[in-house]
Design a protein around this ligand. Structure first.
Ligand SMILES: Cc1cc2nc3c(=O)[nH]c(=O)nc-3n(C[C@H](O)[C@H](O)[C@H](O)COP(=O)(O)OP(=O)(O)OC[C@H]3O[C@@H](n4cnc5c(N)ncnc54)[C@H](O)[C@@H]3O)c2cc1C
Ligand SMILES: NC(=O)c1ccc[n+]([C@@H]2O[C@H](COP(=O)([O-])OP(=O)(O)OC[C@H]3O[C@@H](n4cnc5c(N)ncnc54)[C@H](O)[C@@H]3O)[C@@H](O)[C@H]2O)c1
Length: 489
């Protein structure tokens, strides 16, 4: 058995691990990055990037079909599944290669390959033949798709999002279980690429939305495009030759149907990669799901012996299960890396405003506090709600994308903007404006004083802010949009 000693060991070379390694290396020479699986990061290999590549192809097919609405004839739209998937994989491989290029710049002695697990609080076993002692350790092991046991009868026709990006061709049909962000992004894209698709949920939830008005609006909108039942009654899942037979009660009619699909896509959430780390040996306090208790400003895990004391173990990214998003993994990784590098000294890192965007069409986004979080913090009477639809919004009408709703929350009295849920065309941009407004602690009146060009989608945001201002009793309702702001403003 080889033995080594280092200052910091980072477990997992994903986005969180890479950023933790980079900052910890500023403090010490001996900072190792350990990767036990395929290098290249979840984001580039099987996450953000390949999913957006698939969505881009679907958008192209959709726009070609929609062109007739502008008086433009494009003829029949044929989707070449093999070409679509070949481009997804080609571009995906280029993104992975750029990550691998960065990793090659890490000194070879600081790059380790092998599965890591704890032997004691300061000792990691890496693979079969290395024992590593580290002064501080960062857990950045990411997450993996969850496959419920009930789907097992589908056998090798059961796939998760990782497998989709390895397809050489598009299937003819697909049953998607889980209308979360992964299910909606991939499901809508595949439906637009011509895959016959049904989407089944369990709890009634839809994507990232908490506000019932947004959830219902989105459910109607997606339901117009493909079969969607967020609270489905599925009776059996069986293998039938090369297909999966699913028996369910059809939404609306209640009829019992048995349908066959080429694949069952499990998009039913992700689980942190903590279960094979032997965390019971790490000396950290764990919750009932086996996730370490940690401080979200230092990313320091609490000690198992004394819950009020911090340990030398830090956590970052999807492994923490806090907000499984790329920019969060990066930020948490930096904080964990700094504090592991400085250990035992610690500093609180800056956590930014919660921001989440689903790249569906219309897009879904959440910013800041949800409606329920705002109510629990300020009381139901303390929170004002304003809204605007995109249905008559000028620029959205021009683009034939006039579907969607925005709901904004603010504190009564102070007029402080608190959060929003958005469903509409390209709301990724409005979501950023709102997150930046929250970072600057702007009030609704100040946000209304900002410049709004014409005709842009952001004028829809102004309508929602005007409505919020009315509810806050700070300003009048907008009654004459055209006189006040111009057509569709
Ligand atoms: C389909 C899909 C689409 C997504 N789209 C977006 C998006 O558009 N925008 C966005 O913000 N987020 C998106 N995400 C989420 C985003 O990809 C993740 O939040 C992010 O990649 C997590 O990074 P990480 O560093 O925590 O984990 P990872 O990148 O998964 O890195 C963890 C690494 O640890 C390694 N590892 C695990 N256990 C061990 C061990 N014991 N020893 C050694 N190594 C180990 C793993 O092999 C892995 O390489 C998407 C996710 C999916 C699945
Ligand atoms: N654009 C983005 O930023 C982006 C894209 C993809 C993923 N992600 C990240 O990845 C995380 C995981 O996404 P996800 O969609 O896998 O998980 P999720 O938790 O968002 O959604 C899972 C869905 O599956 C449903 N479900 C659970 N068990 C089920 C069952 N047995 N049958 C049917 N439905 C069932 C849940 O009710 C929920 O609607 C997200 O929370 C997000 O942070 C982000």
């Amino acid at each position: 058995m080889q033995e080594r000693e280092v200052e910091v060991a980072v477990i997992g070379a994903g986005t969180a691990g890479l950023s933790a390694w980079q900052v910890a290396r500023q403090y010490h020479e001996r900072v190792v990055l350990i990767e036990g699986g395929e290098p290249g990061t979840t984001c580039a290999r099987v996450g953000c990037m390949p999913s957006k590549l698939l969505i881009a192809a679907a958008e192209s097919a959709h726009q070609a079909r929609e062109a007739a609405g502008f008086g433009i004839a494009v003829g029949r739209v044929d989707v070449d599944g093999q070409e679509v998937m070949a481009r997804v994989r080609r571009q995906r491989d280029a993104f992975v290669e750029s990550v691998l290029d960065s990793m090659r710049r890490i000194e070879p002695e600081n790059r380790l390959s092998g599965h890591a697990r704890f032997e004691d609080p300061h000792t990691l076993r890496v693979g079969d033949d290395l024992r590593l002692r580290a002064r501080a350790i960062v857990i950045a092991t990411g997450s993996r798709p969850h496959r419920p046991k009930a789907f097992a009868p589908a056998g090798d026709r059961l796939v998760d999002s990782d497998a989709v990006f390895e397809w050489n061709d598009l299937p003819a049909s697909l049953a998607v279980f889980g209308p979360g962000i992964v299910g909606l992004e991939l499901g809508q894209a595949l439906a637009r690429l011509g895959v016959r698709l049904r989407m089944f949920g369990k709890s009634g939830s839809l994507g990232p939305f908490q506000d019932p008005a947004l959830r219902d609006y989105a459910e109607r909108t997606f339901g117009d495009e493909f079969y969607l039942d967020p609270a489905a009654q599925v009776e059996t899942i069986e293998r039938d030759g090369d297909q999966v037979a699913i028996t369910f009660l059809e939404r609306g009619s209640g009829r019992r149907l048995t349908e066959r699909f080429d694949y069952l896509l499990a998009a039913t959430g992700r689980r942190p990669n903590l279960d094979q780390l032997d965390l019971q040996n790490a000396g950290v306090a764990l919750d009932d799901k086996g996730v370490p208790h940690y401080n979200r400003f230092t990313m320091q895990c609490r000690s198992a012996d004394d819950e009020s004391a911090g340990s030398h173990v830090f956590i970052a990214g999807d492994a923490s299960q806090e907000l499984p998003l790329l920019h969060e993994a990066n930020q948490q990784g930096r904080i964990a890396g700094h504090n592991a590098g400085r250990y035992p000294e610690r500093r609180a890192g800056r956590r930014s405003t919660p921001l989440s965007i689903a790249f569906t069409d219309p897009q879904m986004a959440t910013v800041g506090l949800s409606r329920d979080e705002a109510a629990s913090r300020f009381g139901c009477d303390g929170v004002a709600e304003g809204e605007a639809t995109f249905e008559d919004q000028g620029r959205a009408v021009v683009m034939r994308q006039n579907r969607g709703l925005m709901r904004l929350y603010a504190e009564h009295g102070s007029g402080q903007f608190l959060g929003a849920e958005l469903f509409g065309p390209r709301v990724e941009h409005i979501a950023h404006l709102l997150a930046w407004a929250l970072e600057q602690r702007l009030g609704v009146e100040r946000m209304l004083e900002m410049p709004y060009y014409h005709p842009v989608l952001e004028e829809g945001l102004r309508s929602a802010l005007r409505d919020l201002s009315r509810v806050l009793l700070q300003g009048p309702a907008m009654t004459e949009r055209c006189l006040e702001y111009g057509p569709g403003g």
